[in-house]
Design a protein around this ligand. Structure first.
Ligand code: SF4
Ligand code: SF4
Length: 521
């Protein structure tokens, strides 16, 4: 398999050392397998343009780690974690995390542990020819590394925002176990332990605890296959990872769309942008920044019942449209239509079923020939090279109608009342769709290319069709996009702007300007 792995043109290997960080074993939809493989294998590009750095810290666990470093380092020694100044919300979150950490791991006089001055690294030098031409393999870990005074016990505490429902993949735990068992500096331990720690609520979850031999056995069982998957990753997965990717200039998968957002401002840091970001920023710049940092959101807002109904309905339709032969939906909706992972009260289930029946009349699969003509919730990612912004969109559905791409968005409404505002302003994702299609950024034939908005209401379904090639539509759409990105693109500080948005702000807990926080102070 490794024989057929090839780097993109323009990437050159500059090191015989293969360095795999534990995070690469975690995988997930937000990582790019090809970028991870290139990085691990020591590839570089001759990218001559140094990028401007953000003024504020953009790594949400950075200040927490720096605070832990500061507590544990001997006085006078340099700080290990360097961070830019944090946003007010990030500072609040990090302070909260440090308190939760102290409460979760109180000092144990029976078994004193202290932070090691340098994280462990596992090193292995192949004795003969290596299929990847590596002189050395290195595995690194990240987290709080602690050991007993005699080095016989090692513990890695992995900070996460909150504990996921799913435990990390076996390959991840196996690789970390190997580093703890065999890594240096320090003498080989007798016992090791890996534990996740959630900054949000201080909960912990043990991923592994055992003897050194058991740790090595764990690696032998799950590690080699996981390592091969990381190093032979060939899928380019454009998305949020592109923003900090050192291979962007040579990437064969990320498509350029110069001028897409209609702004040009040289010397800005490279960023990502989606319509959701734009909406959040318009409501309050601080809210957008905290959402981008993935600070935990309040479930009472995030999982509010009408939003939850909308998401459940989208999940049902996406599943229905994605599987099997593309048969149009019918009015037959199963009683237990709510997909796993969603919890709806009875009246919302009933309303959801009614709205799904309304969908049958306008189901887009009525227009498609076969399954290759349908993309459910695809990720559309383009690099606006003029603004240096990676634009990420997720249409509800793209389908091909006689060789032309049609962008379909589906919304639900509990009422039959209609707004008189422009659809492009109410739903800016339609504006982005209009601009992408009218510029030809989606490809396909222009003849039948269009944007569709389906609104499911109790009394029936509306299907609005927007011609992206009508100059009035294109001009209006460009105006909507420009208005959403112009201020954000030049903003380095993301000030809080308290107002009506605070009432339904999912990150108000971390915001010192929130009226609720001020009232509690
Ligand atoms: S630019 Fe994006 S898709 Fe391309 S290698 Fe980097 S992360 Fe992957
Ligand atoms: S609570 Fe209000 S001021 Fe603070 S981030 Fe949310 S919307 Fe902005």
């Amino acid at each position: 398999m490794s024989q057929s792995w090839l780097p993109p043109d323009g990437a050159t290997r500059t090191s015989g050392v293969i360095t795999v960080s534990a995070g690469m074993f975690k995988g997930g939809e937000f990582r790019c397998p090809a970028a991870d493989a290139l990085k691990a294998r020591g590839y570089h590009t001759a990218d001559p343009v140094p990028r401007r750095r953000e003024r504020l810290e953009h790594f949400a666990l950075g200040p927490f780690m720096a605070a832990c470093d500061a507590r544990s380092r001997p006085s006078g020694s340099p700080l290990r974690t360097r961070t830019a100044p944090p946003h007010d919300g990030l500072r609040t979150w990090s302070d909260h995390g440090v308190k939760a950490y102290e409460a979760a791991f109180p000092a144990d006089p029976e078994r004193p542990l202290s932070e090691v001055p340098e994280p462990w690294t596992y090193r292995y030098r192949p004795s003969g020819p290596d299929p990847r031409n590596a002189q050395e393999y290195r595995f690194t870990v990240w987290g709080r590394c602690l050991a007993s005074a005699d080095g016989a016990y090692r513990e890695l505490r992995l900070p996460v925002h909150r504990l996921n429902r799913d435990v990390p993949p076996d390959g991840f735990t196996a690789a970390v176990a190997l580093v703890l068992a065999e890594g240096t500096p320090g003498p080989p331990p007798e016992h090791v332990r890996i534990v996740e720690f959630a900054l949000l609520d201080g909960r912990t979850r043990e991923l592994f605890a055992g003897s050194r031999e058991q740790a090595l056995a764990r690696y032998r069982e799950h590690g080699p296959d996981a390592l091969a998957r990381v190093l032979d990753g060939r899928e380019y997965r454009p998305g949020s990872a592109c923003c900090g990717c050192p291979y962007l200039s040579v990437c064969p998968a990320l498509r350029a769309a110069p001028g897409l957002l209609g702004i040009e401002a040289p010397d800005r840091p490279r960023r990502t942008w989606s319509v959701t970001n734009g909406r959040n920023y318009r409501a309050c710049p601080a809210r957008d920044h905290m959402r981008r940092l993935h600070l935990p959101a309040a479930d009472s807002v995030e999982r509010e019942v009408t939003a939850e109904r909308g998401r459940a309905l989208h999940a049902y339709l996406a599943d229905r449209h994605a599987h099997g032969s593309p048969r149009p939906c019918t009015v037959e909706i199963p009683e237990d239509w709510v997909p796993d992972g969603f919890d709806l009260p009875d009246h919302e289930r009933t309303l959801g079923a009614l709205l799904l029946r309304r969908h049958a009349a306008v189901c887009p699969l009525r227009c498609v020939g076969d399954g290759t003509d349908v993309r459910t919730e695809p990720r559309v990612v383009r690099h606006d090279t003029a603004a240096d912004v990676v634009v990420i969109a997720a249409p509800d559905l793209l389908y091909r109608d006689a060789g032309s791409w049609v962008w379909r968005e589906t919304k639900t409404s509990a009422t039959d009342r209609r707004s008189h505002r422009s659809l492009l302003e109410i739903y800016p994702q339609l504006a982005l769709a209009v601009v992408l299609i009218s510029r030809g950024d989606l490809g396909g034939a222009p003849s039948r290319a269009r944007v569709e908005l389906e609104v499911l209401r109790p009394g029936g379904a509306d299907l609005e069709i927007i011609d992206p090639f009508a100059s009035a539509n294109r001009t209006a759409a460009e105006g909507v996009l420009r208005a959403m990105v112009a201020d954000w693109h030049g903003d380095d500080h993301y000030a809080a702007v308290p107002g009506r948005s605070c009432e339904r702000c999912e990150v108000a807990r971390w915001c010192s300007a929130s009226p609720a926080t001020e009232a509690a102070a």
